[in-house]
Design a protein around this ligand. Structure first.
Ligand code: LMR
Length: 328
């Protein structure tokens, strides 16, 4: 009798433990490097809100902005180790995992954000979301920031103005070539260091979309911003394939829908921010925003466009062609 009672008690305890384990919420750490008042920052918060609302008690989303948890140099490795579950690095930061995404860095490839969007939603853009799978990462979608502008401690109107200047770049070899094409000196540096590097004049310039120029106050430490729209800064939302596939089907489905909606929200914010932050920067009078003429812009195009040929083999001619087509 006693043995039976003990067995029963043990079973009940084990059962309780097992139920507890099953019921423990899944923690999802979402790490990114920008401020909260940016398209990516807003998308991450929207994802948290929707995921926790729709899966109450089942998931717990922790958002870490401003490189608080990881910078982009480490976040993907950390993801493969299971230390973070979602990130959205810029498309310029995947070089170690795939060369194809370098297409997004080619200067003067996309004429505007609508073209970027058409490319991303088309077959080639969608296929690129799976280009990291061999390396254990799953792309959940794209999120926009915006077109990049050049900023510097002196006015940049034509490529010759950039000669000899040091520019901070993201960790992309295409961006190295882009700045070398105008005889400037590109330096790969983490986003978290950019403000100090500019403020102390350790570097002369940078390239950023309006939202990053504004939210990180780079415009306060750069005398000039030239409206070049010469490239795009966009993101891929990624997760670890192992983590994602290991989720219960219903949880994964609900999270994917929440992510799609969060991305749509972030992309709406991106459109508004680009123009709003541009105006806020102009109104601040802390920097001078320069417009260039078509002829001046053409000089930048002529100097930088040969970079496409340099990376054609790595990226794939078909991928570049599909991106060109998206301009129409
Ligand atoms: C950068 O490093 O400049 C960007 O990738 C930062 C960001 O996430 O927008």
């Amino acid at each position: 009798k006693l043995t039976k009672a003990v067995t029963l008690a043990v079973c009940m305890t084990t059962g309780a433990v097992a139920t507890n384990v099953l019921a423990a919420p899944i923690t999802i750490k979402f790490s990114h490097v920008v401020a909260e008042n940016t398209p990516k920052g807003q998308m991450a918060l929207k994802f948290k809100e929707l995921a926790e609302q729709r899966l109450p008690g089942k998931v717990n989303v922790e958002v870490y902005p401003n490189s608080q948890l990881f910078g982009d140099g480490k976040v993907l490795e950390a993801m493969l180790l299971g230390d973070v579950q979602i990130a959205a690095p810029s498309l310029s930061k995947f070089k170690k995992y795939t060369k194809q995404l370098q297409v997004y860095d080619l200067p003067f490839l996309f004429k505007d954000m609508d073209a970027v969007d058409r490319f991303q939603q088309g077959p080639t853009g969608q296929k690129l979301l799976t280009s990291l799978e061999k390396r254990g990462l799953t792309g959940l979608g794209y999120i926009h920031n915006g077109m990049k502008q050049l900023s510097a401690s002196k006015p940049l109107r034509v490529p010759a103005d950039a000669e000899g200047l040091k520019f901070r770049i993201m960790t992309s070899d295409v961006l190295v070539s882009q700045f070398e094409a105008v005889d400037a000196i590109p330096l790969k540096k983490p986003f978290s260091e950019v403000f100090t590097l500019l403020q102390t004049k350790a570097i002369d310039g940078a390239e950023n979309p309006w939202s990053n120029l504004y939210s990180k106050k780079f415009f306060e430490v750069q005398d000039y911003v030239t409206e070049t729209n010469h490239g795009v800064l966009d993101y891929m939302v990624v997760t670890s394939t192992r983590f994602w596939k290991g989720l219960p089907d219903d949880v994964r489905g609900t999270l994917k829908t929440a992510m799609d909606e969060a991305i749509a929200h972030g992309n709406k914010v991106a459109g508004e921010k680009a123009m709003g932050d541009r105006q806020r920067i102009i109104d601040s009078k802390r920097t001078t925003v320069l417009q260039i003429t078509d002829a001046e812009r053409q000089q930048w195009v002529d100097a930088m466009k040969p970079v496409w040929k340099q990376f054609e083999r790595q990226i794939g001619k078909d991928v570049i062609e599909a991106a060109i087509q998206a301009n129409n």
